[in-house]
Ligand binder design. Structure first.
Ligand SMILES: Cc1cc2nc3c(=O)[nH]c(=O)nc-3n(C[C@H](O)[C@H](O)[C@H](O)COP(=O)(O)OP(=O)(O)OC[C@H]3O[C@@H](n4cnc5c(N)ncnc54)[C@H](O)[C@@H]3O)c2cc1C
Length: 469
């Protein structure tokens, strides 16, 4: 007889495995299906996304810091790096993280099936197991957490050598001499920050008129300025339409904003644009689940599809494609299945973090968006060049910018570029979730010396009361 479950989750990324943990905690009989060979759990985030990229970024950060030791009165011998060693460090972090997810499944009594999950119809999921056998699981609820994969871009086909995507660039055997990064979203600028710091001559090419285009315009400007200081070139407003192999490696060409022909040549091209939801072979045709024109699964604010008992979360749906959001969606779904009262996720409070150098982090509305929505806006800004702790760290580029509205003083958005921006953002998330005012944020005592004082100072800046500037 088929195994009977309360919840079957397809996919073990941060959406699926977190949902599985919470389901186990709530006493639901739960199974998770993962197709990754060797039952490596963790999904894109754990194996090919958040974790390995941040490990490489950390190694690059330490290497860069070591190169600046003299600034701190310290001495090192001849500084160099061992790329296979860097890759091993990254691989070890990924393996330990994935093993941690396996441990969590065991701890929470979640049955793990290593194979390909296919929905046969509501309540029935077939697993094509890694050993060639098939098994059918019966379940009251199904959660689709199948995530996303790299989307091929016509004309910019990858070969894994000179032209690579975000999966392939993680596995390079050596650091290329030069690289063009196509796309300046989080993935593009993060890899630019990794390889440039290991000595690769890097050029970021962006279609829109500024890099990290989802961020506040002032943040984009500051990142372009600091990239320039570091020797990373940024080219914006460029529509690339052709790629060819060249003597140097690869040549891409297109037109700039004025319509003029432009071209760039390097040893390697990283295509850092394009992902798509992964729904292949999932059996949606056996259900009433609908798919949006963008290829994502149609859900309501409780992640319910059009088929009762089938939910979808994470990169498989239309909300922002971020690990922490996938996890919160997983928790929301499982708690609703367990009969708990749940609230839709406030999409305006989803934090956005980019781990380039300097880091970029934001939550809420940009200044331009707030104005567009009709808010009467006041802005407070504090540069890290005025922060004692940032000076101690030797990381004085960037600023904290707080966008508040005049009438009630409520904070609408916080934008940080600079040291530990991705950690500093947490207080902005808490504050905004509690509908804090700029006055409150500015009055709350922050320890000295910390870079977090800059958040307090920027909040004071909303009322022109910054102390250290
Ligand atoms: C290079 C890169 C860096 C990133 N960095 C960050 C970051 O720093 N912070 C952040 O928040 N986000 C980051 N992201 C995005 C983040 O990885 C995704 O938003 C997140 O992984 C989505 O989680 P998910 O659970 O929806 O799906 P995924 O993590 O994609 O997991 C889906 C899993 O489902 C499995 N699967 C699919 N179909 C089936 C099937 N039919 N049967 C069995 N198994 C199946 C897949 O093998 C996969 O393991 C990054 C992405 C990339 C590419």
């Amino acid at each position: 007889m088929a195994e009977q479950f309360d919840v079957v989750i397809i996919g073990s990324g941060p959406g699926g495995y977190v949902a599985a943990v919470r389901a186990g905690q709530l006493g639901l009989k739960t199974a998770i299906i993962e197709k990754e060979p060797g039952a490596r759990l963790g999904g894109t985030c754990g194996l090919r996304g958040c974790i390995p990229t941040k490990a490489l970024l950390n190694a690059a950060h330490l290497y860069q810091k070591a190169g600046e030791f003299e600034k701190f009165g310290l001495k090192t011998g001849n500084l160099s790096y061992d790329w296979p060693g860097v890759q091993k460090y990254k691989g070890d972090v990924v393996a330990k993280n994935s093993a941690g997810v396996t441990y969590l499944m065991k701890k929470n009594k979640v049955a793990v099936y290593n194979g390909f999950g296919k929905i046969l119809g509501p309540g029935n999921v077939e697993v094509a197991l890694a050993d060639g056998k098939k098994e059918t699981l019966q379940t009251k609820n199904i959660i689709i957490a199948t995530g996303s994969v790299v989307r091929p871009i016509a004309g910019f086909e990858v070969d894994g050598k000179q032209v690579v995507n975000s999966d392939q660039i993680l596995e390079l055997e050596s650091v290329p001499k030069s690289m063009i990064v196509m796309g300046s979203g989080a993935v593009g600028v993060e890899f630019a920050s990794v390889y440039a710091r290991f000595g690769c001559d890097t050029t970021v090419v962006e279609l829109l008129d500024r890099i990290v285009p989802v961020e506040d315009a002032e943040v984009s400007k500051e990142l372009a300025r600091t990239f320039k200081k570091q020797g990373i070139k940024t080219e914006t407003g460029i529509k690339l339409d052709k790629m060819e192999k060249s003597k140097k490696g690869v040549k891409v060409s297109g037109k700039n904003a004025k319509g003029e022909d432009v071209s760039f040549e390097a040893e390697m091209l990283l295509v850092a644009v394009g992902r798509m939801p992964y729904l292949e072979g999932l059996g949606l045709e056996n259900t009433k689940v609908k798919v949006n024109p963008r290829g994502t699964i149609k859900v309501d604010e409780y992640c319910r599809t059009d088929e009762p008992g089938i939910f979808a979360i994470g990169d498989a749906i239309d909300t922002a494609w971020l690990a922490h959001l996938a996890s919160k969606e997983g928790i929301l779904v499982v708690e609703s299945i367990a009969g708990k009262k749940v609230e839709p996720i406030k999409q305006n409070l989803v934090p956005n973090c980019t781990y380039c150098d300097p880091e970029v982090a934001s939550v809420g509305l940009t200044e331009a968006k707030a104005k567009e929505l009709g808010y009467d806006v006041k802005v407070g800004k504090f540069p890290f060049s005025a922060s004692g702790k940032a000076r101690i760290l030797g990381e004085t580029d960037g600023f904290v910018k707080i966008v508040a509205e005049k009438k009630y003083d409520e904070v609408l958005g916080v934008h940080i570029i600079g040291p530990h921006a991705t950690e500093l953002l947490a207080e902005a998330c808490v504050g905004m979730a509690l509908e804090t005012t700029a006055d409150e944020l500015g009055r709350i005592m922050h320890a000295h010396p910390t870079v977090s004082e800059s958040v307090m100072e920027a909040a004071e800046g909303v009322h022109d009361l910054t102390i250290h500037m």
